[in-house]
Design a protein. Structure first.
Lengths: 401, 375
């Protein structure tokens, strides 16, 4: 047998082996229930609208040990085409199954009792956790299940909601997108929205931070009526819920962490009625720790380049092409950025939550100082000053001056 | 440079120096790089890359000593000259260490490979089926002559490395250089301990002892080619460790079962149809395992056939298959896997840094084999 024939033979046998392995695990698309999002509430969270007590009882299972701890709701993709005879209010491309118990894994498996097909988590996009649930036992015990299972994605978007989590995943997006994808894509818009804490807040990032015993920031999702929005963020002292911060604080934190890609900074113009919006295009941000004897302080140097994105002026006598006016806008923008940064920093320090990388930077750049202060860090951190220096450069006026 | 790059398809029992370099790199770059950060980072922390470089230097030195020893007996392999040099029992004992080492590596690799594949890709397929499937193709390859095996290794090695490199490069999106700081440690001994643990990464270079006689006579570039092979493996290992620490941090690596796969998994390519990159990564990894295993099985069969006076290695390939299967299924369970890893590393270190240097010094002292006829 020639060498090339043998080579071809070996490659053929290899490819056959791979195919055989795949057949063993073959599962048809229509035989799966794709879970797109998960909501986690406390077990005794409010019943679904129109749900009777008996129905709530049917959803759960007999549990030999411990109390019912969580209610897990799964948003499942409807694979069949949605027809025109859909009941009013029950439309959309997904439906939700709920169950209560202690172990999330057991709850999920028991939910198969309500499902005609196996539950498949490979395409899960979002996890919404209620504040009440994280207050119960911290976030670590909730996300553990999602970190162990190989089906889960590392980039699942995680949200905290002050209300119930289930109604959020039951929400039917107006564009008929699958609810889980819709929820996840809201956070994916974070590069354009400085109010959304979407950078490094995914499931995998949370896992890394928890492993490092670091504090967390997770976007807060709110639902009122038929309106869903990411508003501010929830801060965690390591595993424990510490409180919420607003959008301005989120913006400040993003500027300190240099995770903003774009931003709109609104400023007053020369007159009371004037408003100027500076649009950030690019920035160079350096956060640096300094140790001077026993004193620790940080400096933040930001240079921003951007555009005049909007100029509201009552009369049409625009001054946007006046260099002196542009200089004044640059100075005001720099002052505003500084204010936002310090507001973000103060919000974090008041909650004692270090999501602005102070400990991380100190550990990386001054390891010996970190070794000395790490045990007292919780006391030291709220007092650490940040010296901010901002330089704003406007290099575009927009299409219309 | 007199080394021919093109493979001579007619020569089936000889290889060029360059072909040897590829074969050595292929056998080294087997299963272990998937678990490399797990082995090193708990001891060396963010300085694990230093351990990788030190390990590369250390095991290159060990290979260099092997080359010096083999050069004393250029036309015979260790199965011939070790009993002649050390006496029957000691010589066979040294060979047995090598056999145990190779056999142990095949057991652990097959087991690890099947578990990873079942966990990430084929969750309903029994690990035994994965092991049997892989052993079938490995045995088929190992039954061929050396020339065919070398050409298969050359082809699959470059294709796999290119694929893995392309997939791995996307991890740069999540890379944070600060995770590699500080460039300081209060546990320098950990860095040195991890250096010894890199045997798992570099192990396989021992084939130089066995393949030396079949490398074509133009061996003046051999040390250089072996050095380049080590630099290549060191570079790949450093990139793997640096990127894994940069993406996951030291503490997360300690908590992850397969950190390298998580690094690939953490990449999201929005707007593309490509998802779950770890599956593509594993698909590219399979040929590397195949390469490495086929070479190990071929080497084991060659040693056994020479020891027992067989003219052909093929019956031993078939005899080894059930032995490897049994070993791979028995070395199961987390504790046993850790223990097997430790034993193999110890055995590898004893062989490379203990037995071979002593044998070389003894051979030099006795000045055996350095005869005009042997030269």
């Amino acid at each position: 047998m020639s060498a090339s024939r043998r080579l071809i033979g070996i490659l053929l046998v290899m490819s056959i082996t791979l195919a055989v392995g795949g057949c063993w695990d073959r599962r048809e698309l229509q035989d799966r229930n794709f879970v797109m999002a998960v909501a986690i509430d406390v077990a005794e969270a409010g019943q679904k609208p129109g749900q009777g007590k008996q129905e709530a009882k049917t959803e759960t299972f007999v549990q030999p040990h411990g109390d019912k701890r969580y209610r897990v709701s799964l948003q499942i993709l409807k694979l069949a085409k949605t027809g025109g005879d859909e009941p009013k209010g029950g439309g959309g491309t997904t439906y939700v199954l709920s169950n209560t118990g202690q172990s999330l894994f057991e709850i999920v498996r028991d939910t198969l009792g309500q499902s005609s097909k196996s539950l498949y988590f490979e395409h899960i996009q979002a996890i919404v956790i209620s504040e009440a649930a994280v207050r119960e036992l911290g976030i670590k015990s909730i996300i553990d299940f999602f970190l162990r299972d190989a089906e889960m994605r590392w980039r699942i978007k995680v949200y905290i909601t002050p209300g119930e989590a289930r109604p959020i995943i039951a929400y039917a997006p107006p564009n008929k997108e699958a609810g889980g994808i819709y929820l996840a894509n809201i956070a994916r818009n974070h590069p354009k929205n400085i109010h959304v804490a979407g950078a490094r807040t995914d499931l995998g990032n949370i896992s890394v931070l928890l492993d490092n015993k670091a504090d967390l920031i997770i976007p807060r999702m709110e639902m009122t009526g038929n309106v869903i929005k990411i508003r501010g963020a929830a801060l965690f002292k390591k595993d424990k819920f510490a409180g919420y911060i607003d959008e301005q604080a989120v913006a400040g934190i993003k500027m300190i962490r240099a995770t903003e890609k774009s931003a709109i900074i609104t400023l007053p113009g020369d007159e009371d009625s004037e408003v100027v919006a500076f649009e950030l295009f690019r920035h160079d941000t350096q956060l640096a720790p300094h140790v001077d004897g026993d004193n620790i302080y940080f400096t933040l140097d930001i240079t921003m380049w951007g555009n005049v994105g909007e100029y509201q002026v009552l009369d049409r006598a625009s001054k946007a092409d006046d260099p002196a006016f542009i200089r004044r806008v640059e100075q005001k923008a720099a002052e505003e950025v500084k204010r936002i940064v310090l507001y973000g920093k103060d919000s974090c320090q008041s909650l004692g939550v270090d999501v602005i990388y102070f400990s991380r930077k100190l550990k990386a750049h001054h390891p010996k100082t970190w070794e000395k202060v790490k045990d007292d860090w919780d006391t030291i951190y709220p007092t650490i000053p940040l010296v901010v220096s901002v330089n704003v450069v406007i290099n575009q006026l927009g299409e219309h001056k | 440079m007199t080394v021919s790059i093109m493979a001579n398809l007619e020569v089936k029992d000889k290889m060029s120096v360059l072909q040897f370099g590829v074969v050595m790199a292929a056998i080294m770059l087997g299963a272990q790089f998937i678990g490399l950060p797990t082995q090193l980072v708990p001891q060396a922390g963010q300085l694990a890359w230093v351990s990788v470089i030190l390990g590369g230097g250390l095991f290159f030195c060990a290979t260099w000593v092997m080359l010096k020893l083999a050069a004393l007996y250029p036309n015979s392999d260790p199965i011939e000259y070790l009993p002649r040099l050390l006496g029957k029992w000691l010589g066979v004992g040294a060979i047995c260490v090598l056999v145990l080492l190779f056999l142990g590596v095949t057991w652990v690799t097959q087991n690890q490979f099947s578990r990873v594949l079942v966990f990430f890709m084929f969750d309903r397929t029994p690990t035994d089926v994965i092991i049997m499937s892989m052993l079938a193709v490995v045995a088929y390859c190992a039954l061929q002559d050396l020339g065919t095996i070398v050409r298969v290794a050359q082809f699959t090695f470059f294709v796999s490395v290119a694929m893995i490199g392309a997939i791995w490069s996307v991890a740069i999106f999540n890379f944070q250089p600060e995770n590699l700081l500080p460039f300081w440690t209060n546990k320098p001994i950990g860095v040195l301990q991890a250096t010894l643990n890199t045997w798992g990464t570099y192990g396989g270079y021992e084939i130089v002892l066995l393949l030396f006689p079949v490398i074509s006579q133009k061996r003046n570039n051999l040390v250089k080619v072996v050095g380049i092979g080590f630099i290549f493996i060191t570079l790949i290992s450093v990139i793997i460790v640096v990127v894994t620490v940069g993406v996951l941090t030291v503490e997360t690596i300690k908590n992850e079962s397969y950190p390298t796969l998580v690094v690939v998994r953490s990449v999201e390519l929005p707007g593309t149809f490509i998802e779950r990159l770890e599956n593509y990564f594993l698909i590219a990894w399979i040929p590397l395992i195949f390469n490495s295993q086929a070479l190990f099985v071929y080497m084991l069969a060659q040693i056994m056939s020479r020891l027992w006076g067989f003219a052909d290695h093929r019956p031993w390939v078939l005899a080894l298959v059930p032995l490897i299967y049994t070993g791979a299924t028995l070395v199961d369970g987390l504790e046993l896997m850790v223990l097997a890893g430790k034993v193999l590393t110890l055995l590898g270190l004893v062989f490379s840094l203990g037995i071979i240097p002593l044998v070389y010094l003894y051979a030099k002292w006795k000045n055996q084999g350095v005869t005009a006829g042997e030269r």
